[in-house]
Write a protein that binds this ligand. Structure first.
Ligand SMILES: [Zn+2]
Ligand SMILES: [Zn+2]
Length: 469
């Protein structure tokens, strides 16, 4: 779903991709940073046609049904708010799968499965119990949304009140309509669903509403503002009048700031999918927050291979404590009791626990999850330094914000739990991951054919599982 905008520089009508974090105008060549894209923003869809065009067609349709001389008493353009959620859905399932042997007996094996799919949904953000249009459906994928603008929406248009807040929207989004894991003859014992990297927008959808006298009756007819179909169900119009006068922006407006390093003034490199922008001149890192760039600290792990052509991938290294019902786990020794593995015993280890969460853009969630889980399971010691001589050009885009990285860290608990490890699963089922400290790190990977191999851990991932820029 693209965002239709007028270029702030030349005024041309241009599109900004929904996932784009940098704006570039192909007409005047201006590059700007759109603000507020990390937060909830409000948009609207432009209606097709107007009340005066819809009204005669509606009357003709009613007359065709044999009702004589219907009369329009009142009509309004009404916008109703919908939540739009877009992200990656992760679902871990643990359970048993049953087998029947030829001898007539029944046996089972444990299974563990991760399913991950792109997730996009729209659902009403208003009181919609008696309303027939619960989802805007797939058609909105191909439509352009415009930044919320009361004048462009029409000052006499009415707005339905938003009654579903963001917290409720998140809960609704997580209630997946379908059981994602679908295995015959199986029983799911534990299921955990998470949405990663999701963005929330509030979209105002247009409806034409008519009060019509049909013989002795008066009826409200709602017409979809884009398809012009009559909708079954009632909009809570009695709610409207109290709220139409508020001109306040419901959420963050979409604005623009110069796409330049606030420290040295040079243009930042055009990487439309990076959330963190690295300045090639002074090597500082910037993230837009509240309408301005804020500096982000980061470190790198220097490549041990001289003259190498390493690619640097961004990770969140999160020092965490795992809170379980049986107590808190915060040392590596406790960690390795929870997630046992073959390793040389080094005696009591009081070092902290570090989770490695990829911050790059994910193409293949299952492969990326595997890499993150493998890295975290070994608790590697990775040398870290200040980014003084860092070749910023060799760095992949950082995309995943810290809050989302913490959700991914939670999912890693299940990624690291073997399917037969009943005790571990019982412990992590209701566990919570608490952040102690964080670090954004770029780690060197060597290109080897179709693989990228991490230098300190020797773990590899296929290049096509991620998006470097
Ligand atoms: Zn322009
Ligand atoms: Zn700079």
């Amino acid at each position: 779903m693209d965002i239709a905008l007028s270029c702030p520089q030349c005024g041309a009508e241009v599109d900004l991709e929904e996932d784009s974090l940098v704006f570039h105008c192909q007409f005047c060549n201006t590059t700007l940073k759109p603000t507020g894209r990390n937060q909830v923003q409000s948009f609207f869809f432009e209606p097709k046609g107007g009340l005066s065009e819809i009204a005669p067609a509606l009357l003709r349709a009613i007359q065709k049904k044999g009702i004589s001389s219907p009369k329009i008493l009142d009509s309004h353009l009404v916008y109703a708010p919908y939540w739009r959620v877009k992200g990656l859905l992760f679902q871990w399932a643990f359970g048993k799968i049953y087998k029947f042997s030829t001898m007539g007996g029944q046996s089972f094996d444990y299974f563990k499965k991760l399913r991950s799919v792109p997730y996009h949904r729209t659902f009403p953000a208003f009181e919609s119990k008696r309303f027939g249009l619960f989802s805007l459906g797939l058609r909105v994928q191909a439509m352009k949304m415009r930044p919320y603008n009361r004048e462009k929406m029409g000052l006499d248009a009415l707005l339905l009140e938003q009654t579903v807040d963001l917290k409720e929207a998140v809960q609704t989004a997580l209630k997946t309509p379908t059981q994602v894991v679908n295995q015959p003859r199986s029983k799911v014992d534990f299921l955990h669903t998470g949405l990663i990297g999701e963005g929330y927008s509030l979209i105002y959808f247009p409806f034409f509403c008519f009060s019509i006298r049909l013989g002795p009756k008066e009826e409200l007819v709602v017409v979809d503002g884009l398809s012009h179909k009559v909708i079954k169900g009632e909009l809570p119009l009695e709610e409207i009048s109290r709220h139409t006068e508020s001109r306040q922006l419901p959420y963050q407006p979409l604005d623009f700031i110069p796409f330049q390093c606030p420290n040295c003034g040079w243009d930042l490199p055009y990487q439309p999918h990076a959330r963190v922008h690295l300045c090639t001149t002074c090597k500082r890192a910037w993230q837009e927050m509240g309408g301005e760039f804020q500096e982000m600290e980061y470190k790198i792990s220097p490549s041990a291979t001289r003259g190498s052509q390493s690619i640097y991938l961004p990770f969140w290294r999160l020092q965490v404590a795992i809170h379980t019902k049986e107590g808190s786990i915060s040392t590596q020794e406790e960690f390795f009791q929870l997630f046992p593995q073959y390793r040389v015993s080094k005696g009591p280890d009081t070092k902290g626990i570090y989770f490695y969460v990829p911050a790059f853009r994910i193409r293949n969630p299952v492969a990326v999850d595997k890499l993150a889980a493998s890295m975290t399971r070994v608790q590697p010691s990775i040398p870290v330094s200040e980014p003084e001589d860092f070749e910023v050009e060799r760095a992949a885009d950082a995309w995943l914000p810290l809050g989302e990285a913490m959700e991914m860290a939670h999912l890693l608990l299940y990624s690291m739990t073997p399917k037969r490890a009943k005790r571990t699963l019982t412990m992590v089922k209701d566990a919570r991951v608490k952040l102690i400290s964080k670090e954004l790190l770029w780690l060197p990977f060597q290109e080897q054919g179709i693989f990228l191999r991490q230098e300190s851990t020797d773990l590899a991932i296929q290049k096509n599982c991620l998006q470097i820029h």
